[in-house]
Design a binder for this molecule. Structure first.
Ligand code: NI
Length: 224
């Protein structure tokens, strides 16, 4: 499932991130690339550990935690620390698949990848997130600052070259309680349908049954 989650960050959070970015240090992104990705990876990654970097990571993580849609779509078991990256003009990240196991923080299996866009799209050219696979076809994404895009970590993807300006984004990996992308999608759609029905017809007798089915499917499929 490919999904846009709009307005994860508030205007205030974006403004604070804008003040923090000039105060953090970015290192060559190749340092954390696997053998497969190293030749195609040309970006910079925020050095962690400084108060500014920790504040930035906390802001984006808190915003994710507040997103009901993020929780419903990914059913997180573990969430990686935010990796903030920078693409200066000329930089790109060629086609790759994200590592299966992410070792930063608690080691986790990457089921879902998330890109949270931090730069206004008119401040840079290029820098699209591009996905191509047999299941989802071809997608090219460039979202407003503060919006996020999630996709199965099994998807081959790339970040196209930035040809003007600088692109910042925060990326996360999620190990889901529900390993299979198809099951996650069914649960997400069922959850949305229940929410919609509850809004329109709060007294609908079917709500209890549908909610029970949702929880019982989670029970069937979740690994804790
Ligand atoms: Ni990637």
């Amino acid at each position: 499932m490919l999904l846009e989650i709009a307005n994860v960050l508030t205007a205030d959070a974006l403004a604070e991130i804008g003040r923090l970015l000039p105060a953090v240090v970015f290192d060559d992104g190749r340092a954390t690339a696997g053998v497969q990705a190293r030749p195609v990876k040309d970006n910079r990654q925020m050095r962690t550990g400084s108060p500014e970097a920790e504040r930035l990571q906390a802001i984006v993580r808190r915003a994710l935690d507040a997103s009901a849609m993020f929780y419903s779509a990914t059913l997180p078991r573990h969430i990686s620390p935010a990796l903030v990256n920078e693409y200066q003009t000329g930089m790109s990240y060629g086609a790759h698949v994200d590592n299966a196991i992410m070792a930063a923080g608690t080691p986790l299996r990457s089921d879902v990848s998330l890109t949270l866009f931090l730069s206004p799209p008119d401040s840079y050219d290029g820098g699209e997130l591009e996905m191509r696979d047999a299941l989802h076809g071809y997608h090219r994404v460039k979202l407003v600052a503060g919006s996020a895009f999630i996709y199965p970590s099994t998807t081959l993807h790339q970040v196209t070259a930035v040809t003007r300006g600088v692109r910042h984004a925060a990326v996360f990996w999620v190990q889901s309680l529900v390993r299979g992308a198809e099951q996650r999608k069914l649960l997400f759609e069922l959850d949305l349908a229940i929410i919609g029905l509850r809004k329109r017809e709060p007294d609908a007798p079917e709500l209890a049954t549908l909610t029970a089915i949702y929880h019982n499917l989670v029970r069937l499929w979740a690994e804790t």
